[in-house]
Design a protein around this ligand. Structure first.
Ligand SMILES: Cc1cc2nc3c(=O)[nH]c(=O)nc-3n(C[C@H](O)[C@H](O)[C@H](O)COP(=O)(O)OP(=O)(O)OC[C@H]3O[C@@H](n4cnc5c(N)ncnc54)[C@H](O)[C@@H]3O)c2cc1C
Length: 409
């Protein structure tokens, strides 16, 4: 059977769901088909390491929308339907069922999967990752009985898991190969404050040490982790959070350009003009064309989806949105506005149980990290969009509030 035409979106995560919605919002009235490997309603991922893991949100709460939404917006939702091949000359997508779906425009929103940990023992029982709803269900169940969890990787997902476990009375050991946690994502000051907070919650953070192997017991279940220096740590649950790799196999086998992500121009067009790529799987050309970037965040997925919907709707737009991100860890809400890559100076404005760190590159503000200071974050997003106001490092210090600084500017 061949279904014809319109826009087919492969992947119903943040990017795919937002693309289908934005196509309808922009008035595109042709058929929109949204496909996903997973059965059930498309869902949000951030709660999986936060409220859902804590047991404070159920499946209905993490779903983007109820089933009726897709009907009302005339989005044909087909979950449990992996796309297995793309025929670009025929403009068709083949599903695992053998069915073929035709498209005028194809949007690849295939996301990313957990980076495998290449050490012996990675496949033992009790070694888990956190990317999907079934992963979160498995972790939630294990957390009920685990006494000695070990997290491998001091990134956001590992730290959020550790914060949830500690909040439930189960302290965690976090092992990070780099000299500090979040080494690619936040400034040294903010990382140090978060590490201190984890210690305060009872977690142990061991930085500057890799993992040699995961040790198995007689029953094939993980019982410990051997560090690179030969130290053994007891573990009855091992959570691996060492990053994600973009899901590019489908694009690659269709002959599209791939380089640690599906390569796109600034309009998110792949090497085939009728195929777009958005979200975690996309590597987009930067403004000046000399660099490319792949980001993993809800903001990136959602804003790229809206950009592509505008282009498909006949008003082509280059992707220019400023990045922002958040992470909840126990009582701490970290919010990041901007991109701190290559920052050379960071100045902190401390406050009561809260702070913001302002990151500068060559004297120009490039990012603001706020912990429990949401008004700074909102103001930072506004400031980073403006070209007529600049903030000097000298202005930042105790008592500095960005919203006040912006009030009359
Ligand atoms: C536990 C967790 C917590 C997070 N917390 C935050 C946070 O606090 N803040 C933040 O900004 N970001 C957070 N992120 C990152 C954010 O969720 C991702 O950046 C976002 O989900 C990317 O959206 P996406 O649609 O590109 O990819 P995904 O959400 O991964 O969706 C991709 C979808 O494509 C489907 N798919 C793949 N291949 C096929 C195929 N061949 N056929 C059909 N379907 C296919 C997959 O099944 C998947 O559902 C978190 C991520 C995780 C996993």
């Amino acid at each position: 059977m061949l279904t014809r035409g319109g826009t087919v979106v492969i992947g119903a995560g943040h990017a795919g769901f937002a693309a289908a919605t934005a196509l309808r919002d922009t008035g595109v009235d042709g058929p929109v088909t949204l496909l996903d490997v997973h059965c059930g309603l498309p869902y949000q991922r951030p709660p999986l390491s936060k409220a859902y893991l804590l047991g404070k949100a159920d499946r209905a709460r993490v779903a983007f929308r109820p089933a009726a939404y897709y009907e009302r917006r005339e989005i044909t939702l087909r979950t449990g339907q992996p796309a297995v091949a793309i025929d670009r000359s025929a403009r068709t997508v083949r599903l695992r069922s053998g069915e073929t779906v035709g498209y005028d425009t194809l949007v690849l929103a295939t996301g990313a999967r957990p980076r495998p940990l290449p050490v012996p023992g990675h496949d033992l029982g009790g070694v888990l990752v956190l990317r999907t709803l079934p992963d979160a269900d498995a972790l939630r169940a294990r957390l009920e009985t685990a006494r000695r969890p070990v997290v491998i990787g001091g990134g956001f997902i590992g730290l959020e898991f550790a914060a949830v476990a500690a909040a439930g009375g189960t302290p965690v050991t976090i092992v990070e190969a780099a000299q500090r946690i979040l080494s690619r994502s936040v400034s040294a000051h903010t990382a140090a404050q978060l590490e201190k907070a984890h210690h305060g919650w009872g977690n142990t953070v061991r930085t500057g040490t890799g993992v040699q192997r995961i040790i198995g017991g007689h029953d094939g279940h993980a019982i410990g982790v051997r560090l690179a220096d030969g130290t053994d740590i007891t573990a009855d649950l091992v959570v691996v959070g060492v990053g994600a790799v973009p899901e590019t196999a489908l694009a690659e086998s269709a002959g599209l350009a791939v380089d640690d992500g599906i390569v796109t121009d600034r309009y998110l067009r792949t090497s085939d003009p009728s195929v777009f790529a958005i979200g975690d799987c996309a590597r987009i050309a930067e403004r000046n064309g000399s660099r490319t970037r792949r980001r993993e965040s809800v903001q990136n997925a959602t804003d790229q989806a809206r950009t592509v919907a505008r282009t498909i709707g006949g008003a082509p737009a280059a992707y220019t949105a400023s990045p922002w991100f958040w992470s909840d860890q126990h009582q701490l809400k970290l919010q990041i506005a901007g991109d701190l890559t290559g920052y050379d100076e960071a100045v902190t404005a401390p406050g009561e149980g809260a702070f913001s760190t302002y990151c500068f590159r060559h004297g120009q503000l490039v990012a603001v990290e706020s912990v429990n200071r949401p008004t700074d974050h909102v103001a930072a997003r506004k400031l980073l969009e403006r070209t007529d106001v600049s903030l000097s490092q000298r202005a930042v210090g105790p008592g500095f509030a960005l919203a006040d600084f912006l009030k009359f500017r």
